[in-house]
Design a protein around this ligand. Structure first.
Ligand SMILES: [Mg+2]
Length: 135
C-alpha cells in the first residue's frame, strides 16, 4: 500500500468510525472549501499600507483568485502576504487533506483518487512554463 493509500484508508476509516456520512457530495465539497477558507484566514496581506486577512480582502474581490489577481494587477497592487500563524496554517492544510481523503475513501478505497492524482501529476510535469496562466 502506498503512503497516500494508507492516509486515505486511515482518514476514511476514522471519519466513518466517528459517525460521519461522506456520501453527501455537496456537503463534502463545501466542507473541503470551508477548510480552504480557514487556511486563507491564516494569511495576512498588505494592500496600500492596510493590513488585513486574505479572507476578508479576497471576499471584496469576488472570492475568486483570477478575479483577485486581475484586480490586484489592474490597480497595480503588490502582493505583500505573510503567514499569520504557521502552525495553524499547517493544521488547516491537514484538514483539507483529511476532508479530501475521507471523502475519496468511499470510492473504491480511494483508488480512483490515486489514479487521478498520478495522471494529473504526469500532465502537470509536461506542461510548459505557466502554461497560459497569468499567475
Ligand atoms: Mg480547519
Amino acid at each position: 500500500m502506498s503512503n497516500i493509500a494508507h492516509y486515505i484508508k486511515t482518514c476514511g476509516e476514522i471519519t466513518k468510525s466517528k459517525g460521519f456520512d461522506t456520501t453527501q457530495h455537496v456537503k463534502q465539497l463545501l466542507l473541503i472549501a470551508s477548510e480552504v477558507q480557514e487556511a486563507m484566514e491564516e494569511i495576512e496581506i498588505e494592500i496600500e499600507g492596510t493590513h488585513g486577512k486574505l479572507i476578508d480582502i479576497i471576499a471584496s474581490f469576488e472570492y475568486d483568485m483570477q478575479s483577485f489577481e486581475y484586480n490586484r494587477k489592474k490597480h497595480n497592487l503588490p502582493e505583500n502576504s505573510k503567514i499569520v500563524n504557521h502552525e495553524h496554517l499547517m493544521e488547516e492544510l491537514s484538514d483539507i487533506l483529511i476532508r479530501v481523503f475521507s471523502y475519496a475513501y468511499q470510492f473504491d478505497n480511494g483508488k480512483p483518487l490515486i489514479k487521478a492524482l498520478n495522471k494529473k501529476i504526469a500532465v502537470n510535469k509536461e506542461r510548459p512554463h505557466l502554461h497560459g496562466k497569468q499567475f
